[in-house]
Design a protein around this ligand. Structure first.
Ligand code: TRP
Length: 363
């Protein structure tokens, strides 16, 4: 019996009657995962894996959409991301880990979906738009015409990655997609595709729903709204303790809080946002906030508390990661087993899709 079945049994007859819903999420293997990934999505997944049939996809094809010239990096990071999953407590006996490119049905489904979306719609996707600008290093003061020019230079696969993500989600018939706030437009676009598909070919696909946590986005250590690999403002789940301590010491705080006696701002102060996200002692966080706002509490003291809190959180994660990292063959085996199981689901969906599309020429 899997852990999921046990969990279903424990929660009583009610959940036995209701069919178990499916979750699909994933990450691009372009680097190790960071605290932003944890707060935005991993934490939810770890909790939800016991209530839902959970698939976690290492999206290597999606990583290639902006790393086509760097396949070795993507390959290397497939293992890193799998290690991060294991380290935070995604349990391969409960959740199914799988590798996107080893599920050819996902590429096939992407191709069918591309006929159901316009180029203009793809160009309007806010997440893609934001990433375009980063990818093309668009100057902050670029006008619309310049931006359009730059965007046209991006690989077509990158423009289309929301469609491939819709294929990921729907091939698993996922009901729920736990993601960070930045991924919301992807789910919206998936819902549109599902509706078009079902209208034209018949009710085959499931409309998914995004599951976004309360703190949907962790700011970077520099106070920028988003923590990101390419922004150089991330604390990684795999960072050694001294690196974390150093990053915390260098964190952005309230720039107007110059002397200890000065009253400081907690809104938009990432040190407090991180405490809200990671300090289990909420009463103490509240007291620190009040003291900081009143004046008389120095940044160093708050940062020291944050470093402690993060170490209490990351220490066990780091340890588990190191244990799994000793046996890379075992990690690959977990990915392969999961992918084999996932393939049964994606193949079954594709067979229904092909039938609905009149593409079932012979059995
Ligand atoms: N786009 C997601 C990210 O950048 C990764 C991803 C790929 C994904 N396929 C998915 C997320 C399917 C949720 C569901 O992290």
């Amino acid at each position: 019996m899997t852990g999921r079945d046990e969990a279903a049994k424990r929660s009583g007859p009610f959940s036995l009657e209701a069919p178990i819903k499916t979750i699909l999420t994933g990450d691009r293997p372009t680097g190790p995962l960071h605290l932003g990934h944890y707060v935005g999505s991993l934490k939810n997944r770890v909790q939800l894996q016991h209530q839902y049939r959970t698939f976690v996809l290492v999206a290597d094809m999606q990583a290639l959409t902006d790393n086509a010239d760097n396949p070795a990096k993507v390959r290397q990071n497939v293992s890193e991301v799998a290690l991060d999953y294991l380290a935070v407590g995604l349990d391969p006996k409960v959740s199914t880990f799988c590798v996107q490119s080893m599920l050819p049905e996902l590429a096939e489904l992407t191709m069918y979906y591309l006929n159901l979306v316009t180029v203009a719609r793809l160009q309007r996707n806010p997440t893609v738009k934001e990433e375009f600008r980063r990818l093309q290093r668009a100057p902050a003061d670029a006008d619309e015409a310049q931006l359009r020019e730059l965007e046209a230079q991006v690989p077509a696969g990158f423009l289309c990655y929301p469609v491939s993500q819709a294929a990921d989600i729907t091939a698993f018939k996922a009901h729920l997609v736990p993601v960070g706030e930045d991924q919301k437009p992807m789910i919206e676009q998936t819902v549109e595709l599902v509706r078009s598909f079902n209208r034209i070919y018949g009710e085959v696909l499931v409309e998914p729903e995004a599951l976004i946590p309360q703190i949907a986005r962790l700011p970077g250590t520099d106070g920028q709204s988003k923590m990101g690999k390419s922004l150089g403002n991330a604390i990684y789940l795999s960072d050694p303790a001294d690196v974390v301590a150093k990053k915390v010491r260098g964190m952005f705080t309230d720039p107007k809080h110059l002397r200890v006696e000065d009253p400081g701002r907690v809104e938009g102060n990432p040190v407090f946002t991180y405490l809200d996200a990671f300090d289990p002692d909420t009463a103490q966080v509240q007291a620190l906030k009040e003291h900081y706002q009143r004046g008389g509490l120095g940044d160093t003291v708050v940062k020291r508390r944050l470093a402690e809190v993060l170490e209490a959180f990351l220490g066990p994660i780091r340890k588990r990661r190191e244990e799994y990292a000793r046996d890379p063959a075992e990690v690959m085996r977990l990915l392969k087993d999961g992918t084999d199981r996932a393939r049964q689901v994606t193949a079954s969906t594709l067979s229904a899709v092909r039938k609905a599309m009149h593409l079932d020429y012979w059995p």
